[in-house]
Write a protein that binds this ligand. Structure first.
Ligand SMILES: *Cc1c(COP(=O)(O)O)cnc(C)c1O
Length: 219
């Protein structure tokens, strides 16, 4: 199957309120261009350097999403152009993003990553840390970032019940904070679901799915 037909099949299966992030990490620009020509404008990458190189080579009406773990010292490279940072998991990182946003005279949209899996290797805040961050004085001072919602990754397992439990947990955390509206916080997005579990994620309340291998093939 071609990239364009994979993309069209997936898009046709998504409800209207769900945004598709085409995860193009490790794939060559020629593959991304096929998705672009088929109409895709939102791409997700997990390495800042790779995303920056692709941004330089690709059409400029693309929205670039950083979906991987972010190191503070690399934020400056993507600050001029990144459209949404999914994996924000500390106040310190948020402060660095804000600082680089100021330098670029813009506001950078972010999602806070929540730890929902039963795996040591995954990043994210727990519910207490999330509430602490959102209610802190330091957070209120950040005028050049905007929190649009939450992101989470389920455990890598075949157990559908386990995955469902974790997605439902993320949705319930989202529901508990979604009415909190400040100048730098307007919560509408739940980024959860990948190639193997996006249908389940949508059933559990996802509004943004990050799909790579089902569009571009295995990595
Ligand atoms: C790679 C990646 C995806 C996409 O995974 P697929 O299984 O290829 O769809 C989604 N989210 C994150 C954070 C990723 O790193």
């Amino acid at each position: 199957m071609s990239i364009a037909s994979n993309l069209n099949t997936i898009k046709a299966s998504l409800p209207e309120h769900v945004t598709l992030v085409a995860v193009s990490k490790t794939k060559p620009v020629s593959d991304l261009l096929q998705a672009y020509e088929a109409g895709q404008r939102i791409f997700g990458e997990n390495k800042i350097q790779e995303m920056t190189e692709k941004w330089e080579q690709m059409p400029k009406d693309i929205q670039w999403h950083m979906i991987g773990h972010v190191q503070s010292n690399k934020v400056k490279f993507m600050a001029p152009f990144v459209s949404l940072i999914h994996g924000v998991d500390s106040l310190k990182l948020l402060q660095e993003i804000n600082k680089q946003a100021v330098k670029n005279n813009r506001t950078i949209d972010c999602l806070l990553q929540i730890y929902i899996a039963e795996e040591e290797s995954k990043f994210g805040l727990d519910e207490n840390e999330l509430n602490e961050l959102l209610t802190s004085v330091e957070f209120k001072e950040l005028k050049n970032i905007r929190i649009l919602g939450l992101m989470g990754m389920a455990t890598f397992t075949e157990d559908q019940n386990q995955i469902k439990k974790e997605f439902t947990h993320l949705k319930s955390i989202f529901d508990s904070i979604k009415d909190r509206k400040t100048e730098n916080c307007n919560l509408s997005t739940i980024s959860m679901g990948m190639s193997g579990d996006y249908q389940l994620a949508i059933e559990c309340g996802s509004t943004m799915v990050r799909i790579g291998s089902s569009i571009f093939g295995g990595r």
